[in-house]
Design a protein. Sequence first.
Length: 295
Amino acid sequence: MIKDFLQQHGNYHDDCSFKELTTIKMGGRIRHFVLPYSVEDVKEIVYFLKRNHIPFKVIGNGSNLICGESEYEGVVICLKNLSSYEIRNDEVYVEAGVMAPQLASILARQGLSCLEFASGIPGCIGGLVYMNAGAYRSEMANVIRRVLVLKDDDFVWMEKEEMNFSYRHSVFHDHPHWVILAAELKLERKPVEEIEELMADRLKRRKETQPLDKPSAGSCFRNPEDGYAWKLIDGIGYRGYQIHDVSVSDKHSNFIINNGNGSAEDYLQIAYEIQDKVKEKYDIRLVMEVEKFNC
Ligand SMILES: Cc1cc2nc3c(=O)[nH]c(=O)nc-3n(C[C@H](O)[C@H](O)[C@H](O)COP(=O)(O)OP(=O)(O)OC[C@H]3O[C@@H](n4cnc5c(N)ncnc54)[C@H](O)[C@@H]3O)c2cc1C
């Protein structure tokens, strides 16, 4: 019955696993996976699942998720089919499934400054809004005007002020059933060369400092106030530390990478050890930036 319903509203699969859907390439099977065709279909699906008390998880590109090995018995709703955008004077309307690096490049080619900071963040716009993702002293909160949300069964435009943005946090963390469907982002005209140069420079810096050739979920920990997580991790001697197929990257010690068949269990074991040792040595509690799911 669930399968029939989901098939009417999106591309449906019953043979997926989180290993295929996350950038760290870990995690168990998923009972039901659906890519809704439209925002209306998202609404129908969420309404149906809530009414039938079926658990669900909305995802974008799975670049901030560490998922357990046991089968997830609910429905994973991926919004990558919501992939349209429209540039209107000084703003862009963009659906949640558009990948941030792609949009950043499209805007750059038209001399539109907005997402330069996000050109190396491998997530979808919905995921970036959810996380208030950022880099190079900029973040989504700086460019968002409003967000279209499926909120308690209705489509609602939420203004930026209502989203409680702070460092890697938004109001959506407190409302797991709200779904980000689209956003309006502010644009500023700048010379194409200036934007492209900045993006190229930042991409180069990322390639030099991050293990982009290995599966990861980006930074494992948030930076503490007035400091860097990687320095604390170096301070406890964990750069390069390994359990089975998971290790702390030699290149960037806040990245924990999958060397092949790594599991969430090993990832979390390393993360918890780091938290304990950093607390012991520096009396600082590192907070995870990655999200654990189904584990
Ligand atoms: C190599 C690498 C580099 C990275 N660099 C950065 C960086 O510089 N800065 C940074 O901030 N992050 C960085 N990240 C982390 C990650 O890319 C961001 O957190 C990104 O915002 C996650 O987007 P996503 O689409 O992959 O979200 P997912 O991982 O799919 O989901 C993350 C969370 O958002 C929720 N969510 C996703 N979409 C929606 C939606 N439409 N509605 C409601 N909830 C939703 C999910 O339920 C989940 O709780 C990096 C990751 C990698 C792998």
